[in-house]
Design a binder for this molecule. Structure first.
Ligand code: TRP
Length: 347
């Protein structure tokens, strides 16, 4: 008998995005979700909805569960496959909060104070209204990553510093208590995938943009999506050219067009040479409608059967716990906690 060589184990990736809006927007899809969907084939993928992170800022308890369900349905509709990937809701796996506490106790106060996202957020709202939870946001994120012995974390540039902290904490823990964690790498997602606000193309498309017309919500009526594309801010001049400095509005439309159709931007520039902005907008509106419509229908189907959605999430949480509980037991053991025994064995 000849021995088959063992296939090299797939690397594990992990990522998540908070359920803080009533729908994902096009920027979330093109900038993140789409990449995750593609990565499922090549990697051992873990995706989750960080609802514990969602409560680090003001939130409405009557919205949280609803938003978590919607985002879960949108991920699945967009192609996150709960059979291929481990897909779950963070609060369903108690080890996240558990490990976060242990990590808090090896994180310096000054170190946490230097996180630029915390500084930005507290600058806006004032440090007095910020919570300890917001301060500890990055250590909870580190826990998310380290529980699963993650190799790669695909995130946006804005998360780079949190990733750096995660790596430091992993190394620190390993040095202090013995080799336990995999030190993860950040895979910062390509800048080209960044989508900007349709009304203010110098800002990222976001859930908190100034004008609702600036973002395309994936659950909205596709007719509204088409309108928003058609009323997008364009730039001085008439030429359809990719030039983010001089022509941020048109360049953003070209990026969206290229992302949704797979046509290279250069081909689009050639195709629209001598044509007007209006032509580009009419065509792109159609592209967007064709993309949004099936995604929205599939999401609504999933939302129409909440029991099935909850079942998928429960299965995901179970698979996640199988990994997380092993890591957590090791962490407690290495930190020297008194083992807790079930009464069943003592009686
Ligand atoms: N902080 C991330 C964001 O705002 C969300 C997040 C929470 C996350 N935990 C994570 C991303 C772990 C990657 C890995 O986008």
């Amino acid at each position: 008998m000849t021995l088959q060589p063992t296939p090299a184990a797939k690397k594990r990736i992990l990522s998540g995005a908070k359920p803080t809006a009533d729908s994902l927007h096009l920027g979330n899809y093109i900038g993140a979700v789409r990449n995750w969907v593609d990565m499922q084939a090549e990697y051992d993928a873990v995706f989750f909805i960080p609802d514990l992170h969602a409560i680090t800022v003001d939130f409405d308890p009557s919205e949280l569960a609803k938003r978590t369900r919607i985002v879960a349905a949108q991920y699945i509709a967009a192609g996150i496959d709960p059979d291929k990937s481990i897909f779950f809701v963070q609060s369903h796996v108690p080890e996240h909060a558990q490990l976060a506490w242990a990590l808090n106790c090896i994180t310096g106060f000054g170190e946490a104070s230097r996180m630029t996202q915390f500084k930005d957020k507290t600058q806006k709202s004032g440090a007095d209204t910020a919570t300890l939870g917001l301060f500890a946001y990055p250590t909870l994120m580190a826990a998310d990553i380290l529980l699963y012995r993650t190799d790669l974390v695909p995130v946006g540039e804005d998360q780079r510093q949190h990733l750096e902290l995660t790596r430091n904490l992993a190394q620190r823990f390993n040095t202090k208590f013995g080799d336990t964690f995999t030190v993860p790498e950040a895979t910062i997602l390509k800048e080209s995938a960044k989508i900007y606000d349709l009304q203010n193309p110098s800002a990222k498309m976001s859930k908190t943009g100034e004008s609702p017309n600036g973002a395309i919500q994936l659950l909205e009526d596709p007719k509204i999506a088409a309108k928003r594309i058609k009323s997008a801010v364009t730039d001085a001049g008439t030429e359809i050219r990719f030039d983010p400095e001089e022509k941020p509005g048109v360049s953003n439309l070209l990026t969206i067009y290229s992302s949704l159709t797979g046509k290279p931007v250069a081909d689009l520039e050639a195709e629209y040479e001598g044509k007007m902005y209006g032509h580009l907008k009419v065509d792109l509106a159609e592209v967007v409608v064709d993309f949004v419509t099936p995604l929205r229908n599939r999401t609504n189907e999933l939302m129409a059967d909440p029991a099935e959605l909850d079942r998928l999430l429960a299965l995901g949480a179970e698979r996640a716990r199988e990994i997380a509980s092993v890591t957590m037991a090791q962490v407690y053991e290495r930190m020297g906690f008194l083992p807790s025994h079930s009464l069943a064995g003592v009686r």
